[in-house]
Design a protein around this ligand. Structure first.
Ligand code: TXA
Ligand code: MG
Length: 332
């Protein structure tokens, strides 16, 4: 990549001065800041407009750096890191006291992940320390999968953007907790509970979909903060409906409607509206998802109608796709 050393040097300088640098990953773009600097992390919450109770994932260059923020690094964490890092898996472990409380939303545990994008791995090496990295979007809105998406969201005086091209994964990492000897998936992603269970040699609970609330409360234990009911959401109203229901939902609408579908819809009224065709395979769909929601939103429709994708029995990745879509849409 041309100019990479200069870009990284500039980024490191920003980070050392407490500034913010957006970086590419294999999932979505992250909004990076020095994880050990309370002031820098505070800026991340400010520019994103993120609720303080929602903890941030700490990005590391590998297990050695992970151990600098983890008070314990259990065998489960080691096995998972060895198998899936660098890659789209965030592992929740007890945090080291030196990690500022603001990073973990005041909680005792920290999520760590080693991303696989070469530019970001080079950044982590050059910076020489862990970086927080929430998705580089304004809190609650659609996550960014290109550098352009990030530039649209933030003032360039606030955020330096490292352009690493389009993200290949398209949806955020799987978050798995291995705290207290239990393994639980807190957010589904491209790495599913089944393969995590195979690596750990036991069944892994999936606690991603039950918890939906917009404020911290008894139903949302500290263990799974930030799994908010409305998230990843476009500005236009969006609904998710079965293919057979599309015609009924669209009929009678006066304004424009954008139909997002992975399967052909046999119906004339739908055909007269904007159509965004999605890949029919789960990986391809995930990769396209956020860009498609942004395209739909840019048409300023009255309604975005998303055809419900297949369920996880077809392919586990559909679970993660559906999880994002549930949060991006409102009940009809
Ligand atoms: O793929 C990703 O994970 C991207 C890229 C940039 O790495 N990052 C990302 O960060 O999606 P964010 O902040 O948008 O989502 C972090 C998720 C939230 O659901 C948060 O609640 C959860 O991870 N999380 C973070 N720290 C946690 C902790 N200590 N315990 C439990 N959940 C945690
Ligand atoms: Mg996010």
């Amino acid at each position: 990549m041309d100019g990479q050393p200069e870009q990284i040097a500039e980024a490191v300088q920003r980070l050392k001065g407490g500034g913010l640098v957006a970086f590419p990953t294999e999932t979505v773009y992250g909004l990076g800041a020095d994880a050990m600097s309370e002031a820098a992390v505070k800026r991340v919450f400010e520019v994103k407009g993120r609720p303080a109770h929602n903890p941030l994932i700490v990005h590391v260059s590998g297990e050695a750096m992970a151990k600098r923020v983890a008070a314990e690094w259990p065998e489960d964490a080691h096995k998972l890191a060895e198998r899936f890092w660098p890659g789209p898996l965030s592992i929740v472990v007890p945090k080291m006291a030196s990690v500022p409380g603001i990073v973990t939303g005041g909680g005792p545990n920290v999520a760590v992940r080693c991303p696989s994008h070469p530019l970001t791995l080079a950044l982590l090496e050059a910076f020489g320390g862990p970086l927080v990295g929430p998705s580089a979007n304004v809190s609650g809105f659609v996550s960014p999968t290109t550098a352009e998406h990030v530039r649209e969201a933030f003032d360039k005086r606030d955020v330096l953007v490292l352009d690493g091209g389009e993200c290949t994964g398209g949806i955020e990492s799987t978050v798995v907790s291995v705290v207290g000897g239990k393994a639980r998936v807190l957010r589904s992603g491209l790495i599913d509970a089944g393969v995590i269970g195979e690596v750990l040699g036991r069944a892994v609970e999936c606690a991603d979909s039950g918890v939906v609330s917009s404020t911290p409360n008894a139903a949302m234990p500290a263990e799974a903060p930030g799994q908010l009911s409305s998230h990843y959401a476009p500005q236009a109203k969006a609904v998710m409906v079965e293919a057979s229901e599309v015609e009924r939902v669209i009929a009678g609408m006066k304004g424009e409607c954008v139909l997002v579908t992975h399967t052909p819809i046999e119906n004339k009224s739908a055909a007269t509206r904007h159509l965004i065709s999605m890949p029919a395979d789960a990986r391809g769909y995930a990769r396209r998802l956020y860009a498609a929601l942004r395209e739909a939103d840019a048409m300023h429709p009255e309604l975005i109608v998303i055809v419900t994708p297949p369920d996880e029995n077809t392919r586990p990745i559909w679970r993660a796709v559906r999880d994002r879509l549930k949060r991006a849409t409102t009940k009809e």
